[in-house]
Design a protein around this ligand. Sequence first.
Ligand code: ADP
Length: 488
Amino acid sequence: MAGENRIKVLFVSAEVAPFAKTGGLADVAAALPKELALMGVDVRVVMPRYKMINSDMEYVTDFAVQIGSKKETCVVRKEIPNNESKDGEISVPVYFIDSYNYYDRPGIYCYFDDAERFAFLCKAALEMLPRINFKPDIIHCNDWHTGPICMLLNEVYRDNAFYRDMATIYTIHNLEYQGNFSGDVLSLFNIGYEIFNSEKVEFYGMFSFMKAGLVYADIINTVSNEYAKEIQTERYGEKMEGILKKRSDDLFGIVNGISYKEFDPEKDPRIYRNYNSQSYKLKKDNKYALQRELGLPVKDVPVIGLVSRLSEQKGLELLLDKFEDLMKEDIQFVLLGTGDEHYETSFKNAKISYPEKVGVYIGFNTDLAQRIYAGCDMFLMPSRFEPCGLGQIISLRYGTIPIVRATGGLADTIVDYNADNVNGNGFVFYEFSSDEMFDAIKRALKLYNESPDTWASLVRRALTLDFSWSKPAKKYIELYERAIRKRV
Ligand code: ADP
């Protein structure tokens, strides 16, 4: 792809690492555009400028955005990349939508006016385009915050020649979060109520940001093949299965990658000792350093880690259900997470009950996360559902063996070692049951304790697997081409 033939993409996301992150969306929004740029795509990223973002940036333009009956000022800024970009990494332009009224607050989500805050993002991202002289072939929208861009384009902006041929891709990173608000939110977009019906954006009496994406996008995708199938069923469809089934010809799955530069056990400055598939034995020093950091006895027992949002999705009740049994094993367990208060309390109490075996850090700490990925032997993800899951992929990258429930992206990425000892890269259970989970943990512990050489070969295998973005990014380019074909 060169010169005029380059595909032009505007990538819109509510979070992009390292600027603002609550979960996997931020990792994807940081790494996928970089890989696309390496492959010749002219990609620009746009996100809100939240208060916590203090990177160097320059003023680009400002304009007023009509939000219902108000006009709100949007200032567009652009990151000034520092010159220390990692070797081989290309820098992608990142635009920030700055609004004192909407984004100058300490957090990212969960404000009373989130509907208005993200309606503003959708409109501002579209309005900015002619002003920065960028006419994308594709607008790549991500999760509920950006769904209405697809609606705005079809209902309003296509009348303007500048926008006429733009195609949209809408990526579902998590169907659970839908952005459903009262119907009068539609007026923020200055669109008539004739589209407030169940064929379009009405969802059980609410205006749904997610549905606005699902109905109007040219192409929909989600972040694994298994989740693409699951969300068309009642069990996983979060009541959107009807519209998803209807659009199944336009619905695809692409398993996420991770940045092999950001997550690199050989170079990661955040971990205690670097290692690779040859020097994998050094990994153990990271275990001892992690034990010291978390105040645990320093010894060579299997350490099971968990880094996660503490939400119902993550299946933590299976773990809590079996916690006492787990504590009878000769292991240590470390957890980093933040989220629902009852999980936070339960794990803090677990630490109090088992101070010699349990390390708990409640909070968000990306540096400690890396030390857990590097320092543990096993990584637990007993998810109820998991669109893709990055934890299991990052842990493989650090030679830490995942124990997962086979759902969504966990089913696509982890092969059970006991079922297939040639390709196995983890331990898998199927039913959402604490007994099955505990059985998978015990299978992992047995191999670790009784067959250290085999365990070592599993670790080495994990360290050589390729879950980088290069393959998935090619699939995104194919989706872009498909979406463009739908528009001509
Ligand atoms: P989700 O997007 O559902 O939260 P993923 O597994 O896709 O789950 O991505 C989670 C990402 O967020 C990973 O990069 C993980 O390391 C990171 N993460 C989750 N919780 C924390 C935390 N408390 N501190 C630091 N990083 C975290």
